[in-house]
Design a protein around this ligand. Sequence first.
Ligand SMILES: Cc1cc2nc3c(=O)[nH]c(=O)nc-3n(C[C@H](O)[C@H](O)[C@H](O)COP(=O)(O)OP(=O)(O)OC[C@H]3O[C@@H](n4cnc5c(N)ncnc54)[C@H](O)[C@@H]3O)c2cc1C
Length: 494
Amino acid sequence: MRSTQDCDVIVIGAGSAAFEAAIAAREAGAERVVMLEKAPEDQFGGNARFSHTGFRFVHSGAEEIREFIPQIEEERFRRMVIPPYTRQQFLDDLNRVTQNRIDPVLAAALVDRSNAAVHWMRKVGVKWENEKVTKVGDKLYMEPGINIHPVGGGLGMLLSLREIALGMGIDIRYESRVRAFHGNDRRIEGVRVSTPEGEYDMSARSIVCCSGGFQASAAMRARYLGGNTDFVKVRGSRHNTGEVLHMLLDLGAASAGHWQGAHMTPIDSNAPAVETPVMHGGRGNSMNRYDYIYGITVNQLGRRFYDEGEAKISYTYAKTGRAVLQEPSGVAYQIYDQTGIDYFRHGRDYPATMVEADTIAELAVKIGIQPDVLVDEVARFNAACRRDVAFDASGPDGKGTVGLEIPKSNWATPIEKGPFRAYPITTGVTFSFGGLKIDDQARVLSTSFEPIRGLYASGDVVGLFFHNYPSCTGQTRNAVFSTLAGQGAAQLAN
Ligand SMILES: Cc1cc2nc3c(=O)[nH]c(=O)nc-3n(C[C@H](O)[C@H](O)[C@H](O)COP(=O)(O)OP(=O)(O)OC[C@H]3O[C@@H](n4cnc5c(N)ncnc54)[C@H](O)[C@@H]3O)c2cc1C
């Protein structure tokens, strides 16, 4: 006979959203909190394991950020340019990149609670360091609103969250796949758990679902994202295959977000099919190819196909992967000259797939593009670059092209100083945008838009984004909705 166990709060998953929900539930008084994670222990942590994990949140500027990074020496800190990131800026960023499709209630909840949620993480014990900087003269610049990430990157954050959770007596069970729910679209009562030793049922007063997106399932990518997404590279965890999401939709949960959309980025064409490696110390993913603002990107036909300088990288990288996928064979080449390489190579030591040649024609031959076409494309680009405006990497500099059908709006510097380089890229998927519909208390809603009693959700399993995404919003969203979910779940349990 199958055994039944009981607890106060079940949290599904052991990624960052799950840990934050479990810790918040314990803090709010839930006694028996159990985390059920499908992955084995040495693969725990979901997507954040593969990330350096920056946080975007509303803050008042340098003085406040100093509270997170007191260890940085004063002289260096003073060189960092850290303007405030306001509520309105965060809202504008979310609305602009999602083309005004983001749920305004959830967007306001995310923005308004972002500051408290990140401070909560600091208070529970997560340690921080400053984000990657772009050096211009003596000053150190960061992307707008993104100034800190946890020490040790995503894995560092996960290890501290896990230690905090274990210290609070939270029961973390690995190789424990949730494979069914007990309950209906009005009330959730428990789950069935599949383990290597067999199955058991577990009941709880409330459940927080933090099971991630469906991006690691080729079948679900093909079904929902379409357009050859079944063969893209998966940047994060192999375990995010969407079955929990599907079970809850079958039960009567409502869906939200962009089901044909996902966070897709340009990635080294030789990246592994899944779980791209991170650099030492969690300094970011070694397969990312985000330096496209310093050069041009062409498709296999030798033609540019998007505005590489539309905006700062943090506002364009998450949609650039889809743009690449739509080109022939789903591959493209980032082309740089020595001026462009100088801009981005400082501090970078990733093992990139790269081809070099003294002339553009030779480079074209090496990457299999018709030389006369690439020579023509580069010449047309060079002729269109404004030379009367100074290049400035600290922000959009207005140094755009003039007269091109596909402009490069900023940082348009002629490709003329050899040797030249081509970095072959393809598409990497980070997380899916379609998911469960929640309210501003992180309660999962039924298809009648009523809260399903006892069911909360946070993280990538929630449907929130459309088209594109302002970088480093995922972790902040996790912290915001997981603290709400943990607190709500604990209230039901007490
Ligand atoms: C390379 C990379 C870089 C990134 N960089 C950043 C960044 O800098 N800043 C930022 O904000 N975001 C970043 N992200 C996005 C961010 O990491 C994710 O949004 C976030 O980790 C999602 O957290 P989650 O807890 O919802 O999901 P996950 O961390 O993916 O966790 C979901 C968990 O659920 C488990 N699970 C799935 N199915 C079941 C089941 N049936 N039963 C039990 N458990 C199950 C999975 O094994 C997994 O552990 C990055 C992502 C990647 C991949």
